[in-house]
Design a protein around this ligand. Structure first.
Ligand SMILES: Nc1nc2c(ncn2[C@@H]2O[C@H](COP(=O)(O)OP(=O)(O)O)[C@@H](O)[C@H]2O)c(=O)[nH]1
Ligand SMILES: [Mg+2]
Length: 203
């Protein structure tokens, strides 16, 4: 599988007018703060430090855009479900996320990153519904699978798969053990390539 030696940080946006030009195709990574979004994005890009990862939850408050190559991008969305921020900041995130998800033409699909030990939280389910309501293809990464035994991981995979059947695809993932990285990269590339081939949202 190709990695992306040419991948690079494009910009961080705090306002929709700061988004890079809405052309080509991009896949966005959503999930709770600390779920492992930035680590997953780095593993998929094959670059260690592309998106900053942090042990401090909630630090990524902006929408971060990364160029893979050509006109394809990966997008690190602000984490949701982080309690320790003022209401007005939360409102701003909500607004920024809505503007992004509902209006971004080049958005090819969403990757929802969930901690395999605590998948399908209320926020995750809301995100999944929202994604579907906007006609976006959705792929779920059950990450930190290295924290579970093989048996536990398979059980979680089966359960989540049954819950989202027909709505999203699901896989196990670990940025630490590098499990499922090729599969995730394949899914992301497929979304990007389909988008560039002219397929838009389901409706
Ligand atoms: N064991 C394990 N830890 C991980 C994995 N992915 C991320 N982490 C850790 O989880 C924390 C949050 O990761 P980060 O990617 O910054 O999460 P984000 O807030 O969703 O972007 C960091 O301490 C990472 O090192 C993984 O696959 N396995
Ligand atoms: Mg992050």
């Amino acid at each position: 599988m190709p990695h992306f030696p040419e991948s690079r940080f494009i910009t961080s946006s705090w306002q929709p007018h700061q988004f890079p030009p809405d052309e080509g195709a991009e896949v966005a990574f959503a999930g709770r703060s600390n779920a492992g979004k930035s680590s997953a994005l780095n593993a998929i890009a094959g670059r260690k430090d592309l998106a900053r990862t942090s042990k401090t939850p909630g630090r990524t408050q902006l929408i971060n855009f990364f160029g893979l190559d050509g006109s394809q991008r990966l997008v690190d969305l602000p984490g949701y479900g982080f309690a320790k921020v003022p209401e007005r900041i939360k409102d701003h995130w909500q607004e920024l996320l809505s503007r992004y998800i509902e209006a971004r033409d080049s958005l090819a699909g969403l990757v929802i990153v969930m901690d395999a030990r605590r998948p399908m939280t209320d926020f995750d389910v809301q995100m999944l519904d929202w994604s579907g309501a906007n006609g976006l293809a959705t792929h779920i990464l059950l990450t930190k699978a290295d924290k579970l035994s093989r048996g536990e991981a398979m059980t979680v995979l089966k359960q989540v798969r049954a819950q989202v059947e027909g709505v999203a695809t699901v896989q196990l993932f670990s940025a630490v053990a590098k499990t499922g990285v090729d599969e995730a990269r394949r899914e992301v590339l497929e979304l990007l390539n389909k988008k560039e081939a002219g397929k838009s949202r389901a409706f």
